[in-house]
Design a protein around this ligand. Structure first.
Ligand SMILES: [Ca+2]
Ligand SMILES: [Ca+2]
Ligand SMILES: [Ca+2]
Length: 251
């Protein structure tokens, strides 16, 4: 008899718990949005001086994401066409105004983020061989092209197509995509590329960004149970009473 009552009590508690979950819910969905730009923007040869104004920039409009959503994580894929990649510095500007340097003049330890000094890696970048920047990647972009000779193309000829971010002499934070977590996801994301050495030229051929974002946590207020569910609860209650009664008669 005691065993039966204990089982009945446990079942009742379980049903009460399930009912509470059905009546009060917490909503916080994560969404992944990938947006791309096919805008071609030529990069001024040897024009970089450390300012955004001295860089070629193209914008991805992410205003379709709800304005209250915050960023969880991001990755960027660049399509750059350029010889002598060591000329280049690439930066991502967030809608909130943060500047994340993806890479800074690979192969050259620049004394400052101002375009002075010379020279980085001589390998090439091609739009047909896009590069992905991702916190979980294992390749350092400062070593980009380091195993290639002459005019070989990164990713195509060395298989190194994914990199983490390395700001070099550029100001931090942010130093990684993780440092942008909690910022607004909605708005304009901008890729800018500057060139710090004369003679080799190129362009931004396109790029894309993948944004993982989430809305604010919302605890929904308790709801009145709809009429159809009320009849289900009455039926369930009746079944429990019948089961308990049957158990009592048996004992
Ligand atoms: Ca460097
Ligand atoms: Ca090289
Ligand atoms: Ca150049």
């Amino acid at each position: 008899m005691m065993d039966f009552l204990a089982r009945a009590s446990r079942m009742t508690m379980t049903l009460v718990g399930l009912g509470a979950l059905l009546l009060c819910g917490t909503a916080m969905a994560q969404t992944t949005t990938t947006l791309s730009s096919a805008t071609v923007q030529s990069i001024t040869d040897d024009g970089y001086n450390g300012t955004q104004a001295s860089m070629a920039c193209t914008v991805i409009d992410a205003s379709g994401i709800p304005s209250g959503d915050t960023l969880v994580s991001a990755t960027v894929t660049t399509q750059l066409t350029h010889t002598w990649l060591g000329d280049l510095t690439a930066k991502l500007m967030s809608p909130d105004g943060s500047v994340l340097t993806l890479f800074s003049r690979p192969g050259f330890t620049e004394p400052a983020d101002d375009g002075t000094g010379c020279c980085g890696d001589s390998s090439n970048l091609a739009a047909a061989n896009p590069l992905t920047f991702d916190d979980s990647a294992t390749n350092d972009p400062e070593l980009m092209g380091g195993t290639l000779t002459g005019a070989q193309v990164v990713c195509l000829d060395d298989g190194f197509c994914s990199y983490f971010t390395n700001p070099g002499a550029a100001a931090t934070p942010p130093a990684s995509f993780a440092d942008l977590a909690g910022e607004a996801a909605s708005g304009n994301w901008t890729l800018c590329v500057g060139d710090s050495g004369g003679g080799d030229t190129g362009e931004i051929s396109g790029w894309s960004i993948t944004l993982v974002h989430e809305g604010a946590a919302v605890t929904e207020p308790p709801r009145l149970v709809p009429a159809s569910s009320r009849w289900s609860l009455v039926l369930l209650g009746g079944l429990i009473l019948a089961w308990v009664g049957f158990g009592l008669r048996k004992h």
